[in-house]
Design a protein around this ligand. Sequence first.
Ligand code: PLP
Length: 379
Amino acid sequence: MEKRIVLSTPTMHTEEIGYINEAFERNWIAPLGFNCDGFENEMNEYLNATVSAFSFHTLALCSGTAALHLAVKLAGVKRGDIVLCSDMTFAATVNPIVYEGGIPVFIDSETDSWNMDPTALEAAFKKYPEAKVVMLAHLYGTPAKLDEIVEVCKKHNAVLIEDAAEALSATYKGKRCGTFGKYGAISFNGNKIITTSGGGMLICDNTSDRDRAFYFATQARQPAPWYQHEDIGYNYRMSNVVAGIGRGQLLHLEEHRGRKTKIYERYQKSFADLPLIMNPYPECTVPNFWLSCILINEDSGIDPMYIMEKLSKSNVEARPIWKPMHMQPVFAENDFVKACENAVNEGIFARGLCLPSDIKMTEEEQDYVIDIVRSCFEK
Ligand SMILES: *Cc1c(COP(=O)(O)O)cnc(C)c1O
């Protein structure tokens, strides 16, 4: 293929530029303003549509990582505190814990959703009864086993933070990811299901936490005629121009999800006879299918890196599964808790692969990818 087939890149429509133009015409370029307010309000409505009472409040920020950092801060993580954290995820899930001096303890995944295993989480609370915060990532847009995890958190009186950076619009029993924890974070980074080029949002389940997050995100300025500071603050707000992109993108979120779903289903159908499974999801969930992944059967003898190289030679981008945090040199000293003898995550990492899931990919291009993957299994 002359054109490179990619994992996931921005897909723009026409409304985005309209909101940006409005910001330029009104000379409202600087942080905050009508697009930020509009984006937050529209996202509030979107998230609250699946809950019985309007109870979630968003704060638009410069990145998903900033949202996670403020969540960790608001959850009260202090130097030396243990935080029980998803193991198979992007480093941005974990780093904010360390920014606040917390000590991440990594929790293995289960095989039904590739997310945090509630049984391993319970085991971690036995080992670390003092833990008060849980950081849960929803991998590749597939919701974790939320009922079980919420119950374990309640039992141990722990605050749940949801890293829903990859999972915007995914639902668990009809309710959207990011609205199960006390705090949720979403990302609008360039490769996510909708993007603002870069950006994120914090979701709080009450207004006073949202106010507190706003305070930290705007340099912790006290109400006084001069600049008065009692805390260390951050410059974390989203710009009014960038928020305009987000407003336009949000109009197309469900459409993006629909196209991602079709891509996943097409791979699934085409690979039905191969010794592999697609990234699995529990029946009570509707993922957003941000990335389609495969997990190759152990006895097939096929190495995912072999498939990745073959794809790469044909100008197709593929990527290994997130390397588990407990295998990362930077976290070599951190504990890892699993529920069974062999770590589930090590198996998924060794035998998994992310396939092109860009919603601009044509059926013809996807067939091209499918043919290459299939050819790797031919004897
Ligand atoms: C993308 C991502 C983030 C970080 O979001 P940014 O907006 O890039 O800072 C955090 N966690 C996960 C799981 C992600 O995939």
